[in-house]
Design a protein around this ligand. Structure first.
Ligand code: PGA
Length: 258
């Protein structure tokens, strides 16, 4: 794992956007898995800025939302699909036919999830999975206990996840209790993974993911199995890591080579 500690959340966003931009320039038809939540907002703003000011071209890029609430229509403003349109997809030139999302209203959930896996395969697999991390260490909505071999499926959300989502809903009872999510193995199949975390509230989850044992209790720890992962943190999210000095030294050495 390459652990990169940046001074601020804005630097995290800039670095992540730079990596996405470089991928899209070298591979204009890249397929990319997209996260929601507070963490990636600045990265999406930066990608929009690169699109507007530097001509970053997303017209051949394929995107896949990582997850979707069960029970919400894609055009419901609280859905993850709407979030991705609002904060990113509608602000750049991604082609609508190339943006994929899980259907939170699917009646055949297993069929919907299997079809999503098939669509990812048809796109040539994921070149990049952009990821946030939950307070309990989830990636996507792979809550504690998720099999590290899991594929796209329905998951029940933990209280922590439901509470973290309350802001988008009128009250706690409205927060969906389930979500369709790419599985841990679906994410690990991506050729490259980028985990972003900012803020002190994430420091414990980051420590478990990066320095803890590989465990289904913290699905982000499965990234330890992946050969090409960058974990990009601000100082606050890195605060609980035991080996901070080592990661900083490694990063300096790495940047000297680049
Ligand atoms: P957040 O969500 O960015 O809103 O903290 C991250 C996640 O739950 O994956």
């Amino acid at each position: 794992m390459r652990v990169v500690i940046e001074p601020t959340a804005a630097d995290v966003a800039e670095r992540a956007a730079w990596i996405v931009a470089r991928l899209v320039r070298f591979r204009p038809d890249a397929s990319i898995a997209l996260p929601t939540g507070r963490t990636p907002l600045l990265m999406y703003d930066e990608l929009v800025r690169l699109h507007e000011t530097a001509g970053l071209d997303f017209s051949r890029v394929t995107t896949f939302g990582l997850d979707e609430y069960r029970g919400l229509a894609g055009d419901d403003p609280r859905s993850f699909r709407s979030y991705l349109r609002r904060h990113f997809l509608d602000r750049v030139n991604v082609s609508p036919e190339k943006t994929h999302a899980l259907d939170g209203l699917a009646t055949d959930v297993a069929g919907e999830c299997a079809a999503y896996e098939e669509r990812i395969r048809e796109a040539g697999g994921l070149d990049l999975a952009l990821l946030g991390i939950g307070l309990e260490g989830h990636i996507g909505m792979n809550e504690p206990g998720s099999s590290l071999g899991s594929r796209t499926r329905l998951k029940t959300l933990t209280e922590h996840t439901a509470r973290a989502a309350i802001g988008a809903f009128a009250d706690a009872d409205e927060v969906p209790r389930q979500a369709l999510t790419m599985g841990v193995a679906t994410i690990l199949d991506a050729r490259r993974c980028l985990l972003l975390a900012t803020g002190r509230t994430k420091s414990a989850a980051v420590r478990h993911a990066v320095e803890g044992p590989l465990t289904s209790q913290v699905s982000a720890s499965a990234l330890q199995l992946h050969p090409d992962v960058q974990v990009i943190l601000d100082e606050d999210a890195a605060a609980d890591l035991a080996r901070q000095a080592y990661y900083r030294a490694m990063e300096l050495a790495q940047r000297a080579l680049e």
